[in-house]
Design a protein around this ligand. Structure first.
Ligand SMILES: [Zn+2]
Length: 493
């Protein structure tokens, strides 16, 4: 049991939680964004992150501080909170990124953890090996073995109240990610970053990202707080939150600004391509793109960073509200329209509908059927499972039209769910709202529900009355069922 993390509400695998950070006495509500603060270059000061953007936690790099003559002594003497001017929780990275970039660093896990402890970090990181995507299984296993040893070292270092992370590696091998997650969770370390996924995000490989995250989640207990390391673009936060990621960090707000790039929840724009700002934040309300383009480099980058942060924090709030309202998947379905590779990510997520279903609340406010993808949501498969547990009489009508007394029972037939007994008609998710012009996937899912019910009840006579369902759906209904089409049959049964 990890006492510093508590999940309060689930929506699918997405969750609202509380991360208690004992060393700073701060409680961080999750999902949370950790702005990345470069100790040398602060486009926006940590104090401003806290006062204007509501940042409760940030992340900075202890390895850079350790290696800097200007920063090391002040950090050791005054502590990181005073040096940065930030009263929230401070997480520190260890130099693993530098290790992956330059192949070598000059500290060990023990040294850098002790240094993080000495400068007053609240959440510290050991030196793990960030194994990139697409390496061989053997290569990934060898590097995980090294990371695993360093987690043992991290466990043995006296770090007091400071929380310590246990990064999960394993490249793009889902079984290895799952095993790595399980082994990381077996340590007494506190927080679980899913590492080395930045190349997947940079290359828009969201399907592969979902496979990696879903595998890592399978290896972790529910009380493990999960950090998607390097996840900085708000267009993919909803998808990642739906998988159960609790912490995101953003260097993108500043890095993109320095390149005159403007973040939106639908993707990235270049400042030079904008005639209007599609945003309500103070920067975009008070300036036109033309005005910002005319500024000098420093002013331009600063305003863009402020906008980028506003969008990034705004999306985190939207995700929290969506989890609270139980419509996170509706938000995901909206967000994925920003890029075709995000659609692939969502479709991959729905491959894990059972995994999402395990923590999904039984009842929520509403289910909106928004696209063919909605037919694969966990609520649909849960309804099909529920059909198997129902008492079914000898002779049953399943109909999209009028009910009839000529049968022992007369149930509605509702795409995408399938058969709906009267007792469940007003129960979530059967109160779903769907477009009248449904896609084939909705009918196919409904027919799958019929198939499940018929197969589970071999003694029962079934009659299906539908209104012009497509052949691809009707093929799924077992041959022994009597089927009428209201659109073409005369209607007298
Ligand atoms: Zn804006």
């Amino acid at each position: 049991m990890r006492e510093h993390f508590e999940v309060r509400t689930y929506d699918g695998a997405g969750r609202l939680g509380k991360l208690t950070v004992p060393r700073s006495g701060v409680t961080v509500e999750t999902p949370a964004l950790l702005p990345v603060v470069n100790p040398h270059v602060q486009t926006i000061s940590p104090a401003q992150l806290e006062s204007e953007f509501g940042a409760e936690i940030l992340i900075t790099n202890s390895y850079i501080i350790h290696g800097s003559d200007d920063l090391r002594e002040p950090a050791l003497e005054e502590g990181l909170h005073d040096v940065l001017g930030f009263s929230g929780a401070i997480m520190t990275d260890s130099g693993s990124f530098q290790l992956s970039e330059y192949g070598d660093i000059d500290v060990t896990t023990t040294e850098i953890l002790q240094f993080q402890q000495e400068i007053g970090s609240d959440i510290a990181t050991p030196v793990d090996i960030p194994t990139p995507p697409d390496v061989s299984r053997e290569h990934a296993e060898d590097e995980w073995a090294t990371t695993r040893e360093r987690l043992d070292v991290a466990e043995s270092v006296d770090t007091g109240e400071m929380l310590v992370t246990a990064p999960i590696q394993g490249s793009t091998h889902p079984e290895l990610r799952e095993r790595a997650a399980r082994e990381a969770a077996e340590t007494d370390l506190d927080l679980f970053p899913i590492g080395a996924v930045v190349p997947l995000m940079n290359e828009y490989r969201f399907a592969d990202l979902v496979d990696v995250v879903a595998a890592s989640k399978r290896g972790l207990p529910e009380d493990a707080p999960v950090h998607l390391f390097g996840a900085g673009h708000p267009m993919m936060f909803a998808l990642a939150a739906a998988l159960g990621c609790d912490l995101f960090d953003s260097a993108a707000y500043a890095l993109y600004a320095r390149d005159d790039r403007y973040l939106t929840v639908r993707g990235t724009k270049h400042l030079d391509d904008l005639t209007y700002f599609p945003c309500e934040c103070p920067v975009c309300s008070e300036h036109t793109p033309e005005e910002v383009q005319a500024l000098g480099e420093e002013g331009r980058h600063r305003l863009l960073a402020e906008h980028n942060l506003a969008v990034t924090f705004g999306e985190i709030r939207r995700i929290k509200q969506a989890i609270h309202s139980g419509n996170l998947l509706e938000l995901v379905e909206t967000r994925i329209r920003g890029h075709p590779t995000l659609v692939d990510g969502y479709r991959t997520l729905l491959d894990y509908a059972d995994q999402l279903e395990a923590t999904d609340p039984i009842t929520k406010d509403s289910f909106f059927y928004l696209s063919a993808d909605s037919a694969r949501r966990p609520e649909v498969s849960r309804h099909h499972d529920r059909l198997a547990r129902l008492d079914v009489p000898d002779d049953v009508l399943l109909t999209t039209g009028q009910q009839s007394d000529r049968y022992d029972a007369s149930w509605r037939l509702v795409p995408p769910f399938g058969p709906v007994p009267r007792s469940l008609s007003d129960v979530y998710p059967l109160t779903a709202e769907s477009p009248e012009r449904l896609d084939r996937a909705a009918y196919e899912a409904a027919a799958t529900g019929v198939e499940r019910l018929v197969e589970d009840n071999p003694e029962t006579e079934f009659t299906v009355v539908h209104d012009g369902w497509p052949a691809v759906a009707l093929h799924r209904i077992p041959d022994r069922v009597t089927v009428y089409d209201l659109d073409t049959d005369s209607g007298d049964e």
